[in-house]
Design a protein around this ligand. Structure first.
Ligand SMILES: [Zn+2]
Length: 179
């Protein structure tokens, strides 16, 4: 079981992340650090598309890729762009609890009916669409998934600091994950 570290003071931030863009993200979002001004992005944040979350950070501070479950497997060119052209050296991967990408298969009927009724698709086409894509986006557990994404991206981009985090939707705070 991976444990979460609540960030209530600067001392709670793991020492290796203090005074880095990772620590600043936690200070801005959790600790109300006064906003500094930026003319270029300091890090890349990968987070879920879920509407219940939003980051409290200064303008220009971060590139943000939003994708179901904070899954960046299908956004890799954008990750590479942020690193190569945007010169970011840090990536925060922010999972959240109660994510809709967990147990996606349980929402198959709702997904198909919704496409038929709301988008005008045929039932067959909607079913095929779900069956083709659900396995790519299904995640078993938010924390386990974000750690596996972190490990995968660390191998792919070995000079980049990549940090898994969890956003709790009840208190809108970001927690560090003890790996
Ligand atoms: Zn989600």
């Amino acid at each position: 079981m991976h444990r979460l570290t609540k960030i209530s003071t600067i001392a709670d931030i793991f020492p290796e992340y203090r005074q880095t863009p990772i620590g600043l993200l936690l200070e801005y979002h959790n600790l109300n650090r006064p906003f500094d001004s930026y003319d270029k992005a300091q890090l890349l944040v990968g987070m879920c598309m879920d509407n219940r979350k939003h980051l409290h950070i200064p303008d220009n501070f971060a590139f943000i890729i939003r994708s179901g479950g904070a899954n960046l497997r299908y956004s890799e060119f954008k990750v590479s762009y942020a690193i190569a052209v945007g010169h970011v050296k840090h990536i925060a991967l922010v999972a959240h609890n109660n994510c809709g990408m967990v147990n996606l298969i349980s929402r198959k009927g709702q997904f198909i009916d919704g496409l038929v009724n709301n988008a005008g698709w045929s039932k067959e086409r909607a079913e095929e669409h779900f069956m083709n894509f659900a396995p790519m986006f299904e995640i078993g557990n938010e924390i386990d998934f974000v750690i596996s994404e972190t490990i995968r991206l660390r191998l792919r981009y070995p000079r980049i600091t990549i940090v898994p985090m969890l956003y709790q939707i009840e208190d809108n705070r970001i927690y560090l994950i003890q790996e």
